[in-house]
Design a protein around this ligand. Structure first.
Ligand SMILES: Nc1ncnc2c1ncn2[C@@H]1O[C@H](COP(=O)(O)OP(=O)(O)OP(=O)(O)O)[C@@H](O)[C@H]1O
Length: 479
């Protein structure tokens, strides 16, 4: 099918073509083996003719191996491109996003618009782009046609990314979701049927249903209503040299915070709400800093406490005239890798904050998804938006019958599974979560890619990336 995207530009004789906007330049990355291996065929028959008609220039690179795309985007000159478009499945986009985040200039690099033309087997993000554009839910060539048409338009939307950290310290940036149990089992175990295209999932589901597994795990999360607008910022400061907190317990600061109900054992302060931390409370109290009152402590602050307690304490330390003895150092509880700080996440060896919810249960599946679609025809989270800042946490608990699970999965095609009122299916929008598998063997995936099995935690980073969505309500029909 060929769509004629023709247009006329009228300009007066004194406007030279040099003043007109230059054509968009896209870097097209094609995985020739994605899905059923037809990506190059679709490039020739549909994609390249359409984008040429839309006056888009491009360089097309065929990926030669796993991580090739990741390496390529680590080295590109950003100013040479208006966008990077993946012609494959979600796995290749995952590589591109993580390659961009590995660059020293990640903050700028991750803003380059990325797009996807579905030639994989799952094609979840393409399904979401198609859905948000208002098109009917379609798969295969129809989905590819819709997405190519949308690419030819220029609109770009902000897209949240979720940083996922494993217990060994690996950090990934994810645009789709984290899966454990039924979903990740089907995804990975059906890879051997890759030649079947999307049908591999149907077969995978049938096989997994035949021997339904359950997994015990602990799931902790920060509910969205708790995190919205007042994101906790876990920071620690150390006033050195420490003396085991002895000075602190005698200090006016200790009295002040005790009076405010903020003080806990061993000089650790935990703020209960932003209203309790008013810098003026500290400024009004006698200075806690004296040579005899060196101590170390931790404070948990929130962004909404204006200005942060740390600043106030730092100022006190400096004006006390003993900057060396009372040198203040500050550290975030972060994994030291590239990207924005995970300011909602505690360190792995720390318990989750008190405002998180923890459940321990037997699960059939845990799915933390941030897009509407889990596959091109699986509308798993119909309420999700590219930039809602949310992780949509869905769980199916053990005890569900095979028949009910099949009903849930079938309803997911239309996004009506929550209307079934299945007591084993739960949903909660969150901003961060920690998953600790207690069953020793299993499969965990991030955006469909297998990651090490064990505890992991994640938090949403709103609006971090840019997605080519070409949002449109135009109805297109193949010619
Ligand atoms: N030339 C290549 N040979 C082998 N593997 C490749 C090649 N190019 C890319 N890959 C890898 O193939 C994997 C799968 O690609 P991709 O996700 O794009 O397709 P898919 O798995 O069929 O689709 P989906 O993720 O939608 O199910 C990616 O991890 C990518 O790194």
């Amino acid at each position: 099918y060929k769509i004629k995207l023709s247009y006329c530009i009228f300009f007066s004789p004194d406007i030279t073509p040099g003043l007109l906007p230059r054509p968009r330049r896209l870097l097209l990355l094609v995985n020739p083996y994605g899905g059923r291996g037809q990506a190059m065929h679709y490039c020739q028959t549909c994609i390249l003719p359409m984008i040429s008609e839309a006056d888009i220039t491009y360089n097309l690179i065929k990926t030669e191996r796993q991580n090739h795309a990741r390496e390529l985007v680590r080295d590109i000159i950003l100013s040479e491109w208006d966008g990077i478009v993946i012609i494959s499945g979600d796995g290749l986009l995952y590589e591109v996003i993580n390659g961009l985040m590995e660059r020293p200039d990640w903050e700028k690099a991750i803003k380059i618009p990325v797009g996807i033309l579905p030639c994989g087997s799952g094609n979840a993000l393409a399904g979401a782009v198609n859905f948000h554009a208002g098109f009917d839910q379609v798969v295969g060539e129809e989905l590819l046609l819709n997405c190519t048409f949308l690419l030819c338009r220029s609109s770009v939307s902000p897209m949240d990314l979720v940083s996922v950290t494993t217990a060994s310290g690996h950090r990934f940036f994810s645009f789709l979701g984290v899966a454990w149990g039924f979903v990740s089992d089907v995804d990975i175990e059906s890879e051997r049927f890759r030649h079947m295209g999307p049908a591999r999932f149907t077969l995978g589901v049938a096989l997994r249903l035949a021997s339904l597994r359950t997994y015990r795990g602990r799931l902790s999360y920060l509910p969205a209503e708790d995190g919205g607008g007042r994101r906790a910022m876990s920071r620690s400061i150390t006033l050195a040299p420490t003396n085991g907190g002895r000075g602190f317990h005698r200090s006016p600061l200790h009295r002040t915070v005790s009076d405010m109900g903020l003080c806990e054992e061993r000089s650790v302060l935990f703020k209960r709400s932003s209203a309790l931390v008013e810098p003026s409370d500290f400024e009004a109290s006698p200075s806690p800093f004296s040579p005899a009152s060196n101590f170390s402590f931790e404070a948990v602050l929130e962004e909404s406490a204006p200005p942060p307690l740390l600043t106030s304490l730092q100022r006190e330390a400096e004006t006390n005239g003993q900057p060396k003895q009372l040198a203040v150092s500050e550290s975030h509880h972060l994994v030291e890798v590239q990207g924005p700080p995970d300011d909602l996440l505690p360190a792995f060896d720390e318990p989750v904050p008190h405002n998180w919810v923890t459940i321990e249960a037997d699960f059939v599946l845990v799915l933390a998804i941030y897009q509407t679609h889990l596959g091109a025809d699986l509308l798993s989270a119909p309420f999700a938006r590219f930039d809602d800042g949310l992780i949509h946490l869905c769980c199916v608990r053990a005890g569900i019958s095979r028949a009910s699970l099949v009903r849930v999965l079938l309803a997911m095609e239309k996004g009506t599974h929550f209307e079934l009122d299945c007591p084993h299916l739960t949903y909660v929008p969150v901003r961060a979560f920690r998953l600790t598998p207690l069953t020793t063997k299993g499969i965990l995936t991030v955006d469909g890619e297998r990651v090490e099995y064990g505890p992991l935690q994640a938090q949403a980073h709103p609006h971090l990336a840019s997605l080519i969505t070409g949002k449109s309500k135009v109805k297109i029909t193949p010619l």
